[in-house]
Ligand binder design. Structure first.
Ligand code: AMP
Ligand code: ZN
Length: 498
């Protein structure tokens, strides 16, 4: 049984989807006026991990994520740059999709855009007006917060206290919002201003408020109620509170069955945000770091806890990943060089046991509110156990079967977390190998991997021909490029250290 922390119930609860074997999920997407920063990416990576795990546990997951492509910030940016809001939105929607793919985040099942769903939103606003939860003032439509008896439940706020806060603001002469009947009310529809994108509606030309977008799209694509609604913890209030109020007042039933929120990524204990200016764009970070290492760093902290980002932590995550890759490479090499007659040096039953414990531990950790750091711990334990079990070993064909089983288990579990290790991904051999192989091994191609193989073969041949000088030159030049070469009874074992 999977348990998850539900923001609405403020505790961990059993996760029972509405329909057996299926999960419907909605995660608020970005406002596309800039490239996303790694704080945004943390939230999207967290929900990608959750989605992947649910799939691994056999659920058929429908994952919807909107793109907010009409908004004040997009309009402001367009004005600044002297181009249309559509142009700005198009550019950053494409950049967002590219960034997400680069970070190994799977595409959502459906990715609706606000500007393509205006009629759905208008219909929802109309329902709210008809039901007495919304009212029009000069082309604007507002949601009446006092008309919703449950308002404030999700974020744990009391409407009277919120009202008192607003009165204080008013005493200072700020926050005067004359058009609204109540300062707590929020816009569902905004009357058009000159030069801004707008659409025809029963209240005249205008555009939708932000909150109504998610209510309209989640209902359209998932139906109500749906299973999991997610986003960053900063969205609980007002965005999710407002989504919940709109949807439940319009349909008279439940909106989202479980609410999940990821913690904020911080720099020096301060939330990373565009407005604070302390942000690093995901795109820039991935110029220097591999996506798997970024995900490793992110998943080493529980998704609900704050995460302090630093370049030093990024390097540590990369080193941790390299340790796993080296171990996997080692196992592959041992298996490639196994043979039927080799002495039995590893305990097959023990390896099976290690693998079983890792898989069960991983599952127990992830079932407990998607505890990825503990799940990673299980993978690391298996890596260490395999390093010890195979140190100095030579494998029989039967041993190799067990070792490759453990190898594949590590790869699979990492893949569930979205940390995809391509076969031989550590063999990102330097480009200089091509030139070296051309000079010393007669290699005519341009692939560093092939070049490395040609060098290893040329050295083996030189040794067979007792041309020690030549063999040593090849070895020394490869070492100079960062290769580690160990001669073993099964032949030369070559790893690249970078
Ligand atoms: P926005 O485009 O500002 O609506 O943000 C898109 C998503 O990123 C939302 O789910 C936010 O909650 C999330 N987000 C924004 N800043 C951070 C941060 N520093 N750490 C984690 N998530 C964040
Ligand atoms: Zn939303």
């Amino acid at each position: 049984m999977i348990r998850l922390y539900d923001t609405n119930q403020r505790r961990k609860v059993d996760f029972v989807p509405l329909e057996e074997g299926k999960v419907s999920m909605y995660v608020c997407g970005p406002t596309v006026y800039n490239r996303i920063h790694i704080g945004n990416a943390r939230t999207f990576i967290s929900f990608d991990m959750i989605r992947r795990y649910l799939q691994w546990r056999g659920f058929d997951v429908t994952f919807v994520q909107n793109v907010t492509d009409v908004d004040d910030k997009i309009i402001a940016r367009a004005l600044e740059e002297g181009r249309s809001a559509q142009d700005v939105a198009r550019e950053y929607t494409e950049a967002f999709i590219a960034d997400m793919r680069a970070a190994g985040v799977a595409d959502p099942t459906i990715r609706p855009k606000a500007t393509e769903e205006i009629n759905t939103m208008i219909a929802l606003v109309q329902t709210l007006v008809e039901r007495g939860h919304a009212y029009e003032v000069e082309g604007d439509v507002y949601f009446s917060v006092r008309s919703d008896a449950h308002y404030g439940h999700l974020s744990g706020r009391n409407v009277d206290e919120m009202e008192a806060g607003h009165r204080e603001l008013r005493a200072d002469g700020q926050g005067l919002e004359d058009r609204k009947r109540d300062p707590l009310d929020f816009a569902l529809w905004k009357a058009a201003k000159p030069g801004e994108p707008s659409w025809a509606s029963p209240w005249g030309e205008g555009r939708p408020g932000w909150h109504i977008e998610c209510s309209a799209m989640s209902q359209k694509y998932l139906g109500l109620p749906f299973d999991i609604h997610g986003g960053g913890a900063d969205l609980v209030f007002p965005h999710h509170e407002n989504e919940c109020a709109q949807s439940e007042c319009a349909c008279g039933g439940q909106f989202a069955r479980y609410w999940m929120h990821s913690g904020m990524l911080q720099v020096n204990s301060e939330k990373m945000s565009k407005s604070l200016g302390n942000f690093m764009l995901l795109h820039d970070v991935l110029e220097d770091a591999r996506p798997q290492a970024l995900r490793m760093l992110m998943l080493q902290t529980h998704y609900r806890s704050p995460l302090d980002f630093s370049v030093a932590r990024m390097d540590e995550a990369d080193a941790a990943l390299s340790r796993i890759e080296t171990a996997l490479q080692n196992m592959r090499w041992l298996c490639d060089n196994s043979h039927a007659g080799a002495p039995d040096t590893v305990d097959d039953a023990q390896i099976r046991d290690y693998q079983k414990q890792a898989t069960e531990g991983f599952r127990a950790a992830m079932d407990d509110d998607f505890n990825a750091p503990a799940a990673l711990g299980c993978i690391f334990t298996l890596v260490n156990q395999m390093n010890i079990a195979t140190a100095g070993a030579s494998l029989s064909t039967a041993d190799a079967e067990q070792v490759i089983g453990a190898h594949d288990c590590i790869v699979e579990l990492l893949d569930v977390l979205g940390i995809a290790l391509e076969e031989g991904s550590q063999t990102d051999y330097p480009a200089e190998t091509v030139e070296l192989a051309a000079r010393l091994a007669g290699y005519g191609g341009s692939d560093p991997m092939e070049a490395t193989e040609a060098l290893i073969e040329a050295r083996a041949l030189a040794k067979a021909e007792k041309d020690w000088a030549r063999a040593d030159t090849i070895r020394d030049d490869m070492i100079a490029l960062g290769f580690l070469i160990e001669d073993t009874p099964q032949g030369a074992k070559v790893t690249y250290q970078g």
